[in-house]
Design a protein around this ligand. Structure first.
Ligand code: LAN
Length: 728
């Protein structure tokens, strides 16, 4: 391989330290764009002091005073707010780490490496620390997410990442991880995405990657499996992946790449049969085994199609795919939909345009938006933040506690309202039909408007917050009626035939497309599905809207709600529960379901569905008054307790559900709230417990602000309903 080796221009590898100096990290929030900065210069440190939020995120002591002891639910909410207000960021929003998935950093670090982007020492140091902190203690490997057992995906990719960051192969932790990887069969048994990244890096050869031809994008739109019909996360990853795959592009083969070829496999590199390993996958990585149809299609695409693939067609497909990549870049100002397609689009631009092109530079800058520093080190977030989502919930919690009119919280809430005002998406994207985007005018995204992807429930939650808060005495009307109507118009485009709502778009393809799910590690990802949480959030928002604007599109809204409620009833399991797809799991969906049913007047007294829902939740309440649900619930679709006992967040969700249901006996609710209150710290905070969120059934993701917003919401609703009576 000597001829291929190129050491001349390879970027110098970062110098790793044990730790960085945590008093030098700062998080900058520019209108909801979060980036972390390491101040090497002492003068900068003085000029830009660390905020409470910085310290909190970094796990440094805040030294906030103890607050008066709590007796009543509102005492507890007030103490919670007292603490949480310190974490509000200058534009008015809240921030948090959004970690969990363990497959994101590798894509970024491989992209940085092959695009010869220098990795600052402090970044490499803290990424290394995070990855080691999150290695599984027993075997030193990594799983798909932070709570998962070791897989080839997690272990091969994070091992490679650490090597690219400058860790020696002789480090004891690396020896252990390598042993685990080899025990699982080595990187030839990795799933598709890992094979893709390792081929980009030059550690695997492209023949090991199942085909992802960009020609799919040239199919006429009526074709039932055209990518425009796929779930947006799948098609937006498939897009740059197809472009890069078609180019069979590989970075420079450096000595480190050659070393990795020795480290990642159980066989000698030169004897590996790349073709033959395309479908080789370690059992634990194979959450969604490929269907015979997909395997046959792959076989034909790999063995037959190349003989019929004229260069002109290849070029046409690549060009069109690149145009679509450019539209995505333009529409998001290079933020991109998420942390998987972000680095891939970056690489596609690097391949197609000059390394010093604007697109490459801007992508390089945008990578920072995904990074986060916490006490364990630096990680890559699942999105470019949780800004709009968490801010909307915080506003709702304060309103539910009837504290919005208290002058004490007015400045905080006014800022939060200003943030949501600023983040409302005002226009549809350019070339909307051409790049298959959904209407978004008037909507909110989950993170910020730069990313700009509307989501049904993100619109709903933000809208609820804005609607009520700006009608509360003492608050400005920042969104005039037309802007509210824009949000409603967009929201009303989200309904499926079934009456349910999905996430980013109404469902565009058949469930049979799941037969083409090639990602292996995730289930049910190919199309949009109806989600109880999304549907219920939309219903609640529409109900609230009609209270304020009874005349606007009232017939459409009524029809929408009737059909949505039909879906919600149908989606209830025979045992009375609803399956949650984005939070863990039945307690999360139960809360949304009860809220939405309450919003149309259905409560324990008059609804069989609500009664069954309450009975289900009550059957899961624990001795200590709390609820505890493990992420295993999501994988198994059966309520599963978390081994570490009651959890504040799930207890709050269940209490909110029972309160919304007007469950007649307040004793179990009081018991739950007592548990929540007893877990509150003297300074008003709640501590992090088990992970709260999930996606694609198998991958967990953290929502650290849930431990604030939902307990406060539950306590607030209780106080409003029963009075602020002493519970402790
Ligand atoms: C999210 C985060 C937010 C979440 C809610 C708004 C909570 C949900 O109700 C609707 C779906 C949505 C928007 C959602 C979809 C999938 C995301 C974007 C994520 C779980 C965060 C990370 C995940 C994304 C797919 C991660 C990248 C992985 C791939 C498989 C591409």
């Amino acid at each position: 391989f000597d001829a291929e080796i190129d050491t001349s221009t390879a970027p110098k590898r970062p110098k790793l330290q044990e730790r960085t100096d945590y008093s030098r990290w700062r998080m900058l929030d520019e209108a909801g764009r979060h980036t972390w900065h390491y101040l090497e210069d002492d003068e900068d440190v003085e000029e830009w002091p660390q905020s409470h939020a910085d310290k909190y995120f970094l796990g440094l002591p805040l030294n906030l005073p103890d607050l008066p002891p709590v007796k009543t639910p509102l005492d507890s909410v007030k103490n919670g707010l007292e603490f949480f207000q310190h974490l509000q960021l200058p534009p008015g929003n809240w921030g948090c780490e959004y970690g969990g998935p363990m497959f994101l950093l590798p894509g970024l670090v491989v992209t940085w490496t092959v695009t010869e982007t220098p990795i600052p020492d402090h970044v490499a140091t803290e990424m290394k620390n995070y990855l080691f902190a999150r290695a599984n203690p027993e075997d030193g490997g990594w799983g798909l997410h932070i709570e998962g057992e070791s897989t080839v995906f997690g272990t091969a990719m994070n091992y490679t990442t650490l090597r690219l960051l400058g860790v020696s192969e002789e480090d004891e932790r690396m020896i252990k991880a390598r042993g685990t990887l080899h025990k699982m069969g080595g990187a030839t048994r990795a799933p598709h995405w890992a094979k893709f990244w390792l081929s980009v890096l030059g550690v695997c050869q492209w023949d090991i990657v199942n085909p992802c031809p960009p020609e799919f994008w040239l199919l006429p739109d009526w074709v039932p499996f055209h990518p425009w019909r796929w779930w947006i996360h799948m098609r937006q990853v498939f897009l740059p992946m197809g472009f890069i795959w078609s180019n069979r592009w590989t970075g420079k083969i450096t000595p480190l790449v050659l070393q990795l070829r020795q480290e990642l496999f159980t066989e000698t590199y030169s004897t590996i049969k790349w073709n033959a390993n395309r479908n080789n996958i370690y059992e634990k990585d194979d959450y969604h085994p490929k269907t015979w149809l997909l395997k046959t299609a792959f076989w034909a695409l790999a063995n037959v199609y190349p003989y019929f693939r004229p260069d002109s067609l290849k070029k046409k497909a690549e060009d069109w795919a690149f145009k679509l990549i450019q539209m995505e870049d333009k529409n998001t100002d290079f933020s991109n939909l998420g942390p998987v397609n972000g680095p891939m689009n970056f690489l596609a631009c690097y391949i197609k345009e000059r390394p010093d092109a604007y697109s490459v530079q801007r992508h390089r800058e945008r990578m920072e938006d995904f990074l986060w520093v916490k006490e364990e080190g630096m990680l890559m977030n699942g999105t470019n933040g949780v800004q709009c989502w968490d801010t909307a919930f915080l506003i709702q919690s304060v309103m539910d506690a009837d504290l919005a009119e208290d002058p004490k919280w007015r400045p905080m809430l006014t800022k939060a309202l200003e943030f949501l005002e600023d983040q409302q998406i005002r226009e549809n994207v350019d070339d909307q039909p051409l790049c298959y985007r959904q209407q978004r005018k008037g909507a909110w995204a989950f993170s910020n408007k730069d990313q700009g992807y509307a989501v049904s429930d993100c619109i709903s939650e933000a809208l609820k917050a804005v609607l009520v808060l700006q009608r509360t005495p003492g608050y400005p009307t920042l969104l005039e009626d037309q802007r509210i109507f824009d949000a409603i118009d967009t929201l009303l485009t989200y309904q499926n035939e079934s009456g349910g709502c999905a996430s980013y778009e109404p469902t565009r393809g058949s469930e049979r497309l799941e037969m083409l799910n090639a990602a292996e590690v995730f289930g049910r990802i190919m199309i949009e599905y109806d989600y109880p949480e999304c549907t219920t959030a939309v219903v609640t928002a529409l109900s609230l809207f009609t209270k304020y604007y009874p005349d606007y599109r009232s017939a459409d809204i009524k029809a929408f709600k009737d059909r949505a409620i039909g879906y919600i009833r149908k989606a209830q399991y025979p045992n009375g529960s609803w399956y949650g797809s984005w939070g863990i799991c039945f307690t999360y969906a139960g809360m949304f379901a009860m809220e939405s049913l309450a919003s149309i007047g259905e409560t324990y007294e008059n609804s069989e569905h609500v009664r069954k829902g309450c009975d289900f939740l009550l059957s899961k309440q624990r001795e200590d008054g709390g609820w505890s649900e493990s992420y295993r619930s999501c994988e198994r679709a059966i309520y599963t307790e978390h081994p570490s006992g009651s959890q504040v967040v799930m207890t709050a969700w269940s209490c909110i559900a029972l309160l919304e249901a007007h469950y007649p006996d307040r004793a179990p609710i009081e018991k739950g709230l007592k548990l929540i209150m007893s877990r509150q710290q003297p300074n008003g905070e709640w501590l992090q417990e088990a992970i709260e969120g999930v996606f694609n059934k198998s991958c967990m993701i953290s929502y650290p602000n849930y431990k604030f917003v939902f307990p406060m919401k539950a306590l607030g609703i209780f106080a409003k309903r029963y009075g602020d009576i002493a519970l402790l």
